[in-house]
Design a protein around this ligand. Sequence first.
Ligand code: SF4
Length: 289
Amino acid sequence: MEVKIEEQAGFCFGVISAINLVEKELENTDKIYCLGDIVHNNMEVDRLANLGLEVVDLERMKELKDTKIVIRAHGEPPSTYELAKKNGLEVIDATCPIVLRLQENVRKAYQEIQKTGGKIIIFGKKGHAEVVGLVGQTNGEACVISNLEDLDNLDCSIPLHIFSQTTMNAGEYKNICKEIEIRLERLCNSGKNQLIITDSICRKVSSRTSQLIEFADTVDMILFVSGKHSSNGMYLYSLCKKHKERTYFISSKDDIKKEWFENCNSVGISGATSTPMWLMEEIAQYVSK
Ligand code: SF4
């Protein structure tokens, strides 16, 4: 039976460089702290915990003094940096450069739109670390929209500038922007002039959709490897499942069932942007036996 791993699957460069940074730090020290899981994958989090990385939440961070804390690829709002400074914490900043640039753009757009009485909108998941970091660039004033229903609470009579969380679905973002335009036009004929749309979805994420579908077409069955809490993983899995019925969601080799392999000559292994390559390789080896 042929077993192959999708070449583009696995960590994005933002997560790879965050993990490299952590591993390098842990070569010289026994323990460092990380604000939140460095990646939405329990097995990778456990591997790094064994090397000395302890995950803390914001409440626990408030108690830390004079130690090192990692800010992960999702980024953080300015208040987190202020807290670190107050507590004498050394920040190991692993914010992805794409997220950093987006934070800067949101900050500048906020300063501009304030002059006109307008509002910044973030299309993203409420409470997601990246979204919290982006809202923090606007003094907490940006409005977070997660779906079309949320638009009912949006004041469309003022100038608006919309950004997207980097990992959102491009099609859904397009629909949201279109709907805002329709509502603006209903209120005033020059609706489009009232809305600025910034395309801030990460290309690494948006290009995964078509790559995965193409890969799925080359095999009989897909084993999709992801943590259950990865939104990117759940999205890519359901997309692949719709396209190829014989797609199975697994978090480790223990989830694999023998009956899936009946009349199967080729297996493709893929995963989310938070799935480590070592885990997919381990599964490929297990399936090949
Ligand atoms: S998905 Fe894109 S923006 Fe997000 S961490 Fe990865 S490379 Fe950076």
